[in-house]
Write a protein that binds this ligand. Structure first.
Ligand SMILES: Nc1ncnc2c1ncn2[C@@H]1O[C@H](COP(=O)(O)OP(=O)(O)OP(=O)(O)O)[C@@H](O)[C@H]1O
Length: 607
């Protein structure tokens, strides 16, 4: 399975991709923004009108200074004052309306992006999740999406509003006194150069800080999930040191970001102020010479001052846009990864052949994407046939590829070469839903979700009822559930009651069998059980699921004995197949493997 992107790692010095276009990045948000475009554009229109109303105020001032004030007409002054008050009120009201227009749609854009990301993460193959740190994914789903909502709510609108206001404002300035207007325009050229330099540098720092925040999230998550190990080995000090070092790195990068912002902000504020100062001096000289009316100078300077905020806010708006472009890139790095179903081969369904029943591995080769190029494949030409209704134990040394082989059947991993058939049908030609209904899996690490015990089990099959639940609990010898405070309705998992390792394993096993699957793949799911419980589980499994074809990774002779036949995995291929006794007799490797377990203490399951 080819996944098209690799996880970016936070690097000191910035990891922003070169040649990135901020606009092109942000334009990718369009499909999510499209449904709310009418409200967003209306809000921008309202804000433009509000901002331009602000520019009318100096014109009213000019009329007042040159008219009623010069003519000492109190009625005119009152009229001008009332007009100014009405304009101010309208401006404030319109900005309020803008905020009301965008609040709800933007919350829905953020929610729909988060839902798409979550859906996509669920569809991405296991190999993708193996390669990406969970904190990097978490930070994309939280911090990055929040930055995007902020961008759509504020900088996007105000870049447009302030851009239009600056253009209209300068048109008014040039119309009033073009020579003074040109003086104000002088700083525009250096400012544009500074802004473009700033954009490139800021993009690199913004990317670094967002990646480092992802790394920090990973460390926090690992610290919380691994709290028992941290405490058990007294590692809290070294964990805290590692955390401090990482947060120190984030702080240093944030400070770099702040320094850049401070520089551009200082330039954006100073240059226009100098230009306004120069215009004031030149304008005063012109008024003294009689070339300009006092009212025009007042209006000119008021307009110039009204343009200060639109100009000065540019640095801050550009910075927020950069943060948003980086967040967009990070969001699409995940969304662009090829989901597992997209990699399905065309459904060249092989006709089911007689005698082809059961689970068959034919020349199966598998290599991990991130394995070194010169490393041999983990599995190299595996041939194995598990007959219908048969239980095959899979044994092999640690690291021989047993888990990898079991992950290939439900297509958690994809074979690199060769094929696997279930009742004669190539698994790559089966729709995912059908494959997942045919094959049930249980792993050594039993994962339970924050839900009731019953819900955790029923997750194993769509439409399974209470009767199926009771049957599954019986097969998995998980009837201890009935003795829990609320029986099958007791909350378990991270937020609920803590269960012992063996109890969790039996619930996970019940989940695997609740749908009475045709094929069962168990990756040593009974390792935490005592031998007696294990024997009872296996016996019940065989009896109730007589038609099930099972592949069971086994480490202990007791598990092996319950299987019909045993396959020995060695050097990436099946080295021997036979009953336990046959292999003990014929295979030295098998004898040595099993003898390693002879003296093993099988341990007790939890309370
Ligand atoms: N995501 C991965 N990327 C690269 N190599 C991997 C990955 N997962 C496992 N491997 C390698 O593949 C080999 C087989 O691993 P696997 O977990 O399948 O062995 P196993 O037989 O199940 O071992 P055990 O009995 O200890 O559970 C090992 O060498 C392991 O290092």
């Amino acid at each position: 399975m080819a996944v098209t992107t690799t996880p970016p790692r936070a690097q000191e010095g910035g990891a922003a991709p070169r040649h990135r276009s901020t606009t092109r990045s942000l334009l990718r948000l369009w499909p999510y923004v499209r449904p709310v475009r009418v409200r967003l554009f209306s809000a921008a229109g309202v804000a433009v009108v509000a901002s331009c109303l602000g520019l009318v105020i100096p014109l009213v001032l000019k009329w007042m200074v040159d008219g009623p004030v010069a003519d000492r007409d109190p009625g005119g002054v009152w009229l001008g004052g009332a007009l100014l008050f009405a304009l101010g009120l309208a401006e404030a009201g319109l900005f309020g309306l803008r905020r009301w227009l965008v609040a709800r749609p933007l919350a829905s854009v953020e929610a729909s992006m988060r839902a798409s990301l979550y859906r996509h993460l669920q569809r991405l193959p296991v190999s993708f999740h193996d390669r990406w740190a969970s904190g990097q994914l978490l930070s994309r789903a939280t911090t990055d999406l929040m930055l995007l909502r902020l961008f759509l709510a504020f900088p996007l609108t105000f870049l447009v509003v302030n851009g239009v206001t600056i253009l209209v404002g300068f048109a008014i300035l040039l119309a009033q006194q073009w020579t003074l207007g040109l003086v104000l325009l002088v700083p525009a050229v250096p400012l544009m150069i500074f802004c473009s330099l700033f954009e490139t540098r800021y993009a690199a720092v913004a990317r670094t800080v967002q990646d480092q925040t992802g790394d920090l999230t990973t460390v926090v998550e690992e610290g919380v999930l691994g709290i028992r190990i941290v405490k058990g080995f007294g590692r809290h000090r070294s964990q805290a040191r590692a955390f401090r070092a990482l947060s120190e790195r984030v702080r240093a990068t944030e400070l770099r970001k702040a320094r850049l912002l401070a520089t551009i902000w200082a330039l954006i504020m100073t240059l226009p102020e100098l230009a306004i100062g120069a215009a004031l001096i030149l304008g005063t000289i012109q008024v003294a010479d009689g070339g300009l009316s006092a009212g025009t100078l007042v209006a000119f300077l008021s307009t110039a001052l009204a343009l200060r905020w639109p100009v000065e806010s540019l640095g801050f708006l550009l910075a927020l846009s950069q943060d948003a472009a980086t967040a967009t890139d990070r969001f699409f790095e995940v969304m662009d990864a090829t989901p597992a179903d997209a990699a399905d081969q065309p459904a060249s369904v092989l006709p089911r052949q007689r005698g082809e029943g059961g689970m068959r591995f034919e020349g199966v080769e598998f290599r991990y994407d991130d394995a070194p190029a010169d490393a041999p494949p983990v599995l190299d030409g595996v041939d194995l046939h598990i007959r219908p209704g048969e239980t095959m134990a899979l044994v092999g040394a640690t690291g021989s590829g047993k888990t990898t082989l079991t992950a290939l059947v439900p297509r958690l991993l994809e074979v690199t070469r060769g094929r696997i058939t279930l009742d004669g049908r190539d698994i790559t030609a089966l729709p995912r839903d059908e494959l997942r209904a045919l094959v049930a899996v249980a792993f050594e690490e039993p994962t339970l979700f924050s839900a009731t015990a019953g819900e955790n089990v029923l997750m194993g099959a769509d439409g399974a009822d209470r009767a199926a639940l009771a049957r599954a609990l019986k097969v998995a010898q998980a009837e201890f559930v009935h003795a829990l405070p609320q029986g099958t309705d007791t909350e378990v998992g991270e937020q609920g009651l803590s269960l012992s390792g063996g109890q969790r394993q039996r619930l996970a096993l019940a989940r695997a069998v609740v749908g009475a699957p045709r094929f069962l793949v168990l990756d040593d799911p009974l390792s935490a059980l005592d031998v007696h419980t294990e024997a009872r589980v296996e016996a019940a499994l065989r009896q109730v699921l007589a038609t099930t074809t099972a592949l069971v990774v086994a480490h202990r002779p007791s598990t092996v004995l319950l299987a019909d036949r045993v396959a020995l995995l060695e050097d990436g291929r099946i080295a021997a197949v036979g009953t336990h006794h046959q292999l003990l007799r014929d295979s030295a490797a098998y004898r040595s493997l099993m003898s390693g377990h002879d003296g093993e203490n099988d341990g007790e399951e939890g309370p």
